[in-house]
Design a protein around this ligand. Structure first.
Ligand code: ATP
Ligand code: MG
Length: 276
């Protein structure tokens, strides 16, 4: 692992996310056992661990995509455990996926507008009949999407078919679409998978800007340790579904149990190995 090169930042200490003691089973497999993840407001909190450790499952439990057998999920102190995924999204829990999910039949701007639609208010009737409020809201979605495209540096490609974009730019498009949904908490599942070193560096800078300029709190799952150590305010380490360490990047890198989990486990977990 690379040396952490960022000094600890001051945060308010308020928690945006508290996923507490979450357990998830798939048949006979205990994917998560009493695992907790906390994200402070205005911070980047990373979740790392070897392949199969349960990282994506914990994200899925936070977004409501898999049911948890135990535990609860609080967003800004409010228990959202009972809400279905779309209501958690409406409350501000927004994610990107380990496998790239871009709508290839739409152009870049339209892709990002689908993110903004969560924030709009019109009825099906208003949309079908193209009533004035529908047009007003569409205009708003367009403005939000253009702003987010500008933020990630894709303005020039707004009209291009999304499927024509090179892979690295499609990843940026996903980030813009997630930002368009106005997240309180942004969950990024291996955003650097498949990126080259230059693109990964740019992604690190973008994640910091999302935190610092947009005030969005970020939970990051990533195998690229240089990226993790460079952007994280805190790191939680999972191994076989259990949290084995948490702390600052510097603390976690020195933890003998963490080193053993990465070096000794038979789960794999090679550094920098994107496996989307
Ligand atoms: N839908 C599912 N059905 C059955 N088992 C599952 C399902 N999803 C995940 N698992 C199992 O749960 C465990 C945790 O998987 P998960 O995808 O959360 O790991 P991960 O830490 O995200 O791994 P990776 O780094 O490879 O993405 C693994 O043993 C996996 O095979
Ligand atoms: Mg995963």
């Amino acid at each position: 692992m690379a040396e952490a090169d960022v000094p600890a930042r001051e945060t308010s200490g308020a928690l945006v996310l508290q996923a507490e003691e979450v357990s998830v089973r798939f048949g006979g497999v205990a994917a998560l056992t009493q695992a907790s993840l906390r994200v402070e407001k205005g911070s980047v909190a990373s979740l790392i661990g070897p392949n199969g450790a349960g990282k994506t499952t914990l994200f899925n439990a936070v977004t409501g995509m898999v049911p948890a057998a135990t535990g609860r999920v609080l967003l800004e102190g409010r228990d959202i455990s009972g809400l279905p995924p779309h209501e958690r999204a409406r409350a501000g829990v927004v994610r990107t996926f380990q496998n790239l999910q871009v709508f290839g039949n739409m152009n870049v701007l339209e892709n990002v507008m689908t993110g903004a639609h969560r924030r709009l208010r019109y009825t099906v009737l208003e949309a079908v009949c193209k009533l004035p409020r529908y047009w007003r809201e569409e205009k708003k979605a367009r403005a939000i999407a253009l702003d987010c495209l500008d933020f990630v540096g894709l303005t020039d490609l707004a009209g291009a078919p999304a499927s024509d974009l090179p892979y690295g730019k499609q990843r940026l498009l996903e980030m813009a679409r997630a930002l368009a949904a106005d997240p309180v908490l942004l969950l990024l599942d291996e955003p650097a998978a498949g990126l080259n070193p230059r693109e990964t560096k740019g992604l690190g800078a973008l994640i910091r800007r999302i935190r610092d300029e947009r005030g969005v709190s970020v939970a990051l799952v990533e195998h690229d340790m240089d990226l993790v150590m460079g952007v994280s305010d805190s790191v939680t380490v999972l191994s076989f579904g259990r949290v084995i360490a948490r702390g600052t990047p510097a603390e976690v890198q020195k933890d003998p149990e963490v080193i053993a989990a990465y070096l000794g486990g038979d789960e794999g977990g090679d550094e920098g190995e994107g496996d989307a």
